[in-house]
Design a protein around this ligand. Sequence first.
Ligand SMILES: [Zn+2]
Length: 310
Amino acid sequence: MNHPLELTVMMYHYIRDKGDEAEAGSGIAGMPVKLFEKQLDDLARQYRFVTWPQVRMALQGQNPLPISACLLTFDDGVLDHYINVFKILQSRKLSGLFFALGRCENEGLTLAHKIHFLLAELGLPGLRNAIWEKLNVAQRQQFTQAEKHYQLKYPPISLDKRINLLKAVLQRDLSAEVDPLLSDLFEMHVGSEQETARNYYLNGKQIREMAAGGMHFGGHSRSHPWFDWINAEARTSEIKASADWLQQFESGPWAFAYPYGGLSEDSPGILKRHGFVAAFTTQTQLRHLDPYFIGRLDAEEMAQDGRIYG
Ligand SMILES: [Zn+2]
């Protein structure tokens, strides 16, 4: 990249109202639809919205972005994006870049989403106990050690921090061990995991409709692991799965968003080899020096405290 890219990138996840089809009684909160619309109004006053193809052209040195450019991005390919976001963006003649998981039909939920549902159902101590009971001695030792390790990063001073602490243990150190355990707990406390997954993620028909309506899609891996936790072989296979999946919906070269914002030094090279020209992080940044480390702003956090970055 010859010049740093000046671009405000908004990062969204769930956009839903209690009781709507996306929330579906899960108890998993997101950004209320009205608040999302208000934030778009606020952004429209300060920024010029751009599309993924515009950003791609700028990165390839073909056409610079307008000043105060803003790109809207949405992670995880959840139903919220079809039933709530798509309509709103289309009515405003805007486009979004959607980082969906390269999943196969009939796959269950990702580890992260199983944790979301179970936390809503069991609460933090309930989930921790339910998992603990199912671990063997060696796994309990590993669990305790990992907890100790993350206590520095997530000092348990608030409920949110304590939740992040448990998530880090489950999503990283014990991910392989707890993945099947969480599926068992899901069936026991929530219901059919496959049925839930079918209604939870965007399906091919919805994605095609969104693409035909001016939306764009990017990669976000297949199973949503921390890239700094898994090995290079696993990173390659996750990125390849994204490329294979994207072929059906979006003409390349593509964009990628690192799951959980997890970074590893070899990711840009692997992404490049698989047809990706840009990758987005979760780090707050408005000027970007490397196309494979484009920072984003957490839109939900900003909406909660009524902030707009300028
Ligand atoms: Zn994600």
